[in-house]
Design a protein around this ligand. Sequence first.
Ligand code: MD3
Ligand code: FE
Length: 203
Amino acid sequence: ERLSLSSGAVLLGGFARAEAQALLHAVEIITQQAPFRHYRVAGGGRMAAAMTACGDYGWVSDGQGYRYVRTDPLTGRPWPALPSLFLALAGRAARAAGYEGFVPQCGLINRYAPGAGMGLHQDRDERIMEAPVVSVSLGLSAFFQWGGAQRQDTCRKVLLHHGDVVVWGGPSRSHFHGVLPVRSAQTGTGLECRYNLTFRVVD
Ligand code: MD3
Ligand code: FE
């Protein structure tokens, strides 16, 4: 189904379900070259979600700041290429939500073990904010927290399942969002974690 969340965000329920296994296999290959790691946030804490990336850019955080870089700081090598499967899915999802010609430069991969979540934040490290962000949820379901343009705006909770795709364009692109701690009971796929792929235009 296709559901408008608010301010240009479109939920495409189950859009990636048929190719979920292939997507997870691609994640496996990527993580052989760019392993999952836990970044430090400003203040020194460790992020609960493990991350890696593929494409021309990867997002990193080292306590000095958040930024996009062309080289994986863990390996000293460029990030693995964006698989054509990722490029095709991101383009199709964006088009289904009304955005033609979406070509991401970064595929950010987050992994949430049970108990891990992501605090309320905005994504503002990209120089191009006009392009949408396409996100794909795989594995354990999770409650996504969907706020407004201000941190204190009321949040609604949206349960995202295996295979769901959300396209965040227009004003929604700069809205606050987060992920409530993932619970292992929220299953249905046999997978032990939640994975989230986000496709982004950086510059
Ligand atoms: C709305 N990831 O990586 S995906 C992130 O499930 C992030 O891993 C969460 O927030 C996750 O930055 C949420 C949904 C999402 C991703 C990016 C957005 C929503 C967004 C960017 C702008 C607005
Ligand atoms: Fe985000």
